[in-house]
Write a protein that binds this ligand. Structure first.
Ligand SMILES: Nc1ncnc2c1ncn2[C@@H]1O[C@H](COP(=O)(O)OP(=O)(O)OP(=O)(O)O)[C@@H](O)[C@H]1O
Ligand SMILES: CC(=O)C(=O)O
Ligand SMILES: [K+]
Ligand SMILES: [Mg+2]
Length: 569
């Protein structure tokens, strides 16, 4: 039976909106007309605040609703009305451990030779992979197509909602592919030749192809050449036509297509590639491929401004079947930091791409940049991924370093939406173990947040200041019925203590929601009648043992301006 609650309906505290409170008490709470009117004026946040859960003590829950008048309805065949799509791992987790223990931080795995087989992909899905990333820097389109098909098969056959993220190559300068070798060792004092010449079959010893034609003209004798942001260093000692002779000063392993940067007098040489477009002609072909294959996210490398994001978004809109590929901005250059807010505002999410970022700004600035990017994304309600070298040592070893565990913990503490594995899952020896480390560290830190009531003092202007009280109600789960996912992401942004069950009719919305903090996306056919939606959800979830009678649930929807609080019958 529904529980009796008193609600105060108010607009957010933001100075743009007048405070309007409205007390309301009903077993099944339906939004009063006053709220309906408010919510109907487009783009006005409305906050529903409940006080007094009937069991004494002040409690509050806030749900923010932004009217969706501008968004177009998504047309897809509704799923079978008698079923609910959820993956076996989530189902088992909910059954065994209940709501509290579900992982909130999402996990992205880069797929490479170590993980491209169907069984390997399945092992990652079982291990908690929410998003599979394919990096167009590596492999052929045929290879990527096979990976996409396998992930899709996994979703269809096993009920997963693993999303696909395509990461563009971008036009930064990088080495060639080492003629098929998996790596090459550069030793101290050796002289290597970097050249724009393509060595077709036989790569001479200590010779590296560079992908940028202007390379030999742009570098100067005395420049420092950094591979992968400093993993290996060279000094330019001589230029002979297209060949540039470089002396190895910091030895290390050269990996295929490793990124190259140049430093002169202690600062990064940027002019050389300022003219290169963010999205190269090869990238556009890859993007066409991604659109044709129906990827869920396109992550744009080396974004410099919001313009390129807007351009890509309109390109996708014109070409994609339902215009529903989300565009993520990779923050990995000085320019992207300079234009951070406008880039993130234009994007559907962002990635803290610490690998290249660390090659462009001093390493000691990377942690602060990360914190800033995560915060801006939260403010602007965009999902954010923390990426690169989280568990780098696990490429070779089965256990992480303590420092790596601390780094992962910090990203979880910052409440990033997602963590990403790169080489650890693409070509490492222990992809499943690395994923397990991300999963267990996430769970541990999230539990700490709840147990210690470590609710951040983050200022989210559009969310009721009663946000911290949200958790006092001790709700077991938030249910959100969402067509395009927007309402679900608003709830995710609040980072509540309880999991958010996001129900959507659309399989691609379900996959995209899988990147966002705390959302457990389900695919379910539903109508405008919330009462029947709830009854149906309860009976389907109860039948599968994912909820039980007495669980306290708050339900919101972006089709109807309603919020309901009830115990599962
Ligand atoms: N599809 C692939 N085929 C072969 N190797 C791959 C593939 N994807 C990734 N790798 C390997 O895994 C490593 C780490 O992957 P990652 O995606 O982080 O690439 P990256 O080269 O560091 O570039 P980026 O800056 O785009 O992340 C790569 O350097 C490469 O050796
Ligand atoms: C992920 C990525 O592109 C980077 O860290 O550079
Ligand atoms: K890339
Ligand atoms: Mg990068």
């Amino acid at each position: 039976m529904a529980q009796s609650l008193n609600f105060f309906v108010s607009t957010s505290r933001s100075p743009d909106f007048a405070i309007s409170t409205h007390s309301y008490s009903k077993p099944m709470f339906q939004t009063p007309n006053r709220l309906l009117k408010l919510a109907k004026s487009p783009r006005k946040p409305v906050v529903l605040v409940s006080a007094d859960n009937g069991q004494g003590g002040l409690s509050a829950v806030a749900a923010e609703y932004v009217s969706d008048n501008g968004t177009k309805p998504i047309v897809t065949a509704p799923p079978d009305s008698s079923s609910i799509e959820v993956d076996a791992v989530t189902e088992a987790e909910l059954k065994e451990n209940g709501f509290r223990s579900t992982r909130r931080t999402k996990l992205v795995c880069t797929i490479g030779p170590a993980t491209c087989g169907f069984e390997q992909l399945e092992a990652l899905a079982v291990g908690g992979m929410n998003v599979a990333r394919i990096n167009m820097c590596h492999g052929t389109r045929e290879w990527h197509k096979t990976v996409i098909e396998r992930v899709r098969r996994l979703n269809e056959e096993k009920g997963y909602a693993v999303a696909i993220m395509m990461d563009t190559e971008g036009s930064e300068i990088h080495m060639g592919d080492l003629g098929g070798a998996s790596s090459a060792k550069a030793e101290d004092g050796e002289v290597w030749t970097f050249s724009v010449r393509a060595y077709d079959s036989l790569r001479p010893e200590r010779a590296i192809t560079v992908n940028y034609d202007g390379f030999a003209e742009d570098v100067k004798v005395g420049d420092e050449l950094l591979v992968d942001g400093g993993m290996v260093r060279f000094e330019v000692i001589e230029k002979i036509g297209p060949d540039v002779k470089c002396l190895c000063t910091d030895p290390g392993l050269l990996l295929p297509r490793a990124n190259l940067t140049f430093w002169r007098d202690g600062s990064l040489v940027r002019e050389r590639n300022a003219m290169l477009p963010t999205i190269s002609s090869k990238d556009w072909l890859d993007i066409d491929f991604g659109i044709a294959e129906g990827v869920d996210f396109i992550a744009v490398s080396f974004v410099k401004s919001a313009e390129v994001i807007n351009h890509l978004k309109s390109y996708i809109k014109a070409r994609s079947r339902d215009g529903d590929i989300a565009v993520l901005a990779k923050i990995e250059s000085i320019d992207s930091l300079k234009n951070l807010e406008e880039i993130i505002q234009a994007s559907d999410g962002a990635m803290v791409a610490r690998g290249d970022l660390g090659a462009q700004i001093p390493l000691e600035q990377v942690p602060l940049a990360q914190q800033k990017i995560v915060q801006v994304c939260r403010q602007l309600n965009k999902p954010v991924i923390v990426a690169s070298q989280l568990l780098e040592s696990m490429i070779e070893y089965p256990t992480p370093t303590r420092a790596e565990v601390a780094d992962v913990s910090e990203a979880v503490r910052q409440r990033a939406d997602a963590l990403m594995l790169s080489g650890e899952s693409a070509m490492g020896q222990f992809p499943d173990k690395a994923l397990t480390v991300l999963r267990s560290v996430s769970l541990r830190i999230e539990r700490w947040w709840r147990e210690e009531k470590q609710h951040e003092a983050m200022d989210l202007p559009d969310i009721a200041s009663s946000f911290s009280d949200t958790n006092n109600l001790e709700v077991d789960a938030l249910f959100v019925y969402t067509k395009d996912g927007h309402m679900a992401s608003l709830l995710s942004r609040c980072r509540p203590d309880c999991p958010i069950f996001a129900f959507t009719t659309d399989a691609s919305v379900r996959r995209r929601l899988n990147l966002q903090w705390g959302l457990i996306p389900f695919r379910l056919g539903f109508s405008d009648d919330m009462e029947s939606n709830l009854n149906k959800t309860f009976s389907l979830l109860k039948a599968r043992g994912m909820i039980k009678s007495g669980d306290l649930v708050i339900a919101v929807s972006d089709m109807l301006q309603s919020i309901q609080v009830m115990n599962v019958p």
